[in-house]
Design a protein around this ligand. Structure first.
Ligand SMILES: NC(=O)c1ccc[n+]([C@@H]2O[C@H](COP(=O)([O-])OP(=O)(O)OC[C@H]3O[C@@H](n4cnc5c(N)ncnc54)[C@H](O)[C@@H]3O)[C@@H](O)[C@H]2O)c1
Length: 377
């Protein structure tokens, strides 16, 4: 067997997700060098010490320019993906970018164009695609077991602890909406399951903000997409469930109906329940998040990346990250979302926000300039 060169990996952003992915990289035999960057020096240096990383800097440019770097994970805050992604694409590195590609549709298009121009392999972290239950559904739909799709419905419920953690580091929350930040996961899932035939031609949506307006965001957005072939799809998220809700993070239901069958997915995590005298903290627990409420009932496994056993992460984010390492080290084909799908997802989530803002049905596709002008007017 020929000797294969070990890869050098840069991880930009050393918070909850950057830590998980970098820790998995440490165990992957094809990765021989790990460099880290975080603007929060305390958080970044802690991870560098824990992993005995090869390099750390608070300036992501210095990291990405290092000669050892072959691949880059962008795990910065939700609104801070654009600059490190552009730098990594220009460097020609293979990319795993956390969702969303950007929080401005024009910037997202700029990122996609840069990735395509550079010809780099870039995927976006739609982690739930790596769960056995969704992979089997995808396989059954692709093999025609429910016929041609006619209607689909998605319902995502989230404990408000998660968005509270998400928005804690910025005051500019104009585009940190339930659909852009979190609904994007279930939107991607449903569109991926429905396949290429599902081409949205319009959306009508409504939002409400009775609870989360004090955090500068909204509670819920519910919408209906119509596809080119007449299929209808109802996409709904509420991320304002009380902190006492036993689902610590995410609960999902998806129903997909076809001309020959139906697939009904219950993913609310009510199948593994803990009740205890001991108070339960948040499952999503980034640096600096303070939660005042203690829960005593917990729907276990509701944290989308996975769960910890023996100090290690087990679950979808492990599958996704290891699968990406196989993709970049062994050229393996994988079900990751492409950068183009990441851009599509951002545009559709923002289109729901614009439709809700106007109280009108919106025709699709919509170009990024029109979309952003509408959201900012
Ligand atoms: N795949 C999933 O299941 C999943 C789950 C949660 C979050 N996410 C996504 O992962 C990303 C990170 O989320 P998180 O939960 O780890 O957040 P986090 O707040 O724990 O970590 C983000 C880190 O990025 C750092 N950062 C911000 N801007 C930076 C910059 N320009 N250069 C270097 N470091 C910078 C922050 O200091 C922080 O330490 C977000 O995009 C989020 O939407 C994905």
């Amino acid at each position: 067997m020929s000797e294969k060169k070990e890869l050098g990996l840069a991880v930009v952003g050393c918070g909850v997700v950057g830590r998980m992915r970098a820790t998995l990289a440490k165990d992957f035999p094809g990765i021989g060098w790990i460099g880290l960057s975080d603007i929060n020096e305390r958080v970044g240096r802690q991870l560098a010490d824990d992993l005995q990383a090869d390099y750390f800097t608070t300036n992501f440019h210095e990291l990405i320019e290092r000669p050892e770097v072959d691949a880059v994970i962008i795990a910065t805050s939700t609104w801070d993906h654009v600059e490190p992604t552009l730098a990594a694409a220009e460097r020609g590195a293979k990319l795993l970018i956390e969702k969303p590609l950007a929080t401005d549709a024009r910037e997202s298009k700029m990122v996609l164009d840069a990735i395509e121009k550079a010809g780099v392999d870039a995927v976006v972290g739609y982690t739930q695609r790596f769960r056995r239950r969704f992979l089997v559904v995808k396989d059954r739909i692709v093999s025609g077991q429910i016929g041609d799709l006619t209607a689909a419905v998605t319902r995502a419920f989230m404990n408000r602890m998660a968005p509270t953690g998400e928005v804690r580091l910025t005051q500019d929350r104009r585009f940190l909406t339930p659909m852009v930040v979190s609904g994007t996961h279930s939107l991607d899932m449903c569109l991926w399951l429905m396949g290429d035939a599902a081409k949205p031609v319009s959306v009508f949506a409504r939002s409400t903000d009775k609870v989360m307006n004090e955090l500068g965001t909204k509670d819920a957005t519910f919408g209906v997409f119509t596809m080119e072939d007449g299929t209808i799809w109802s996409m709904n998220i509420c991320w304002a469930l009380p902190k006492e809700w036993p689902g610590a993070v995410y609960g999902l239901e998806i129903g997909i109906v076809g001309t020959k069958g139906v697939i009904d997915i219950e993913d609310t995590h009510r199948d593994v329940i803990l009740a205890t005298e001991m108070p339960q903290g948040p499952a999503y627990n980034p640096d600096g998040l303070e939660i005042d409420v203690r829960r005593h009932v917990d729907f276990l496994t509701s944290f989308p990346p996975g769960d910890t056993y023996g100090g290690e992460l087990w679950g979808p984010l492990r599958e996704e990250t290891n699968s990406w390492f196989q993709r970049i080290y062994n050229n393996k084909d994988t079900p990751h979302a492409t950068a183009a799908e990441g851009h599509r997802n951002l545009v559709l989530t923002m289109a729901m926000d614009l439709s809700a803002k106007r109280g009108q049905e919106l025709e699709l596709p919509i170009d990024p300039d029109t979309l952003m002008d509408g959201l900012m007017e």
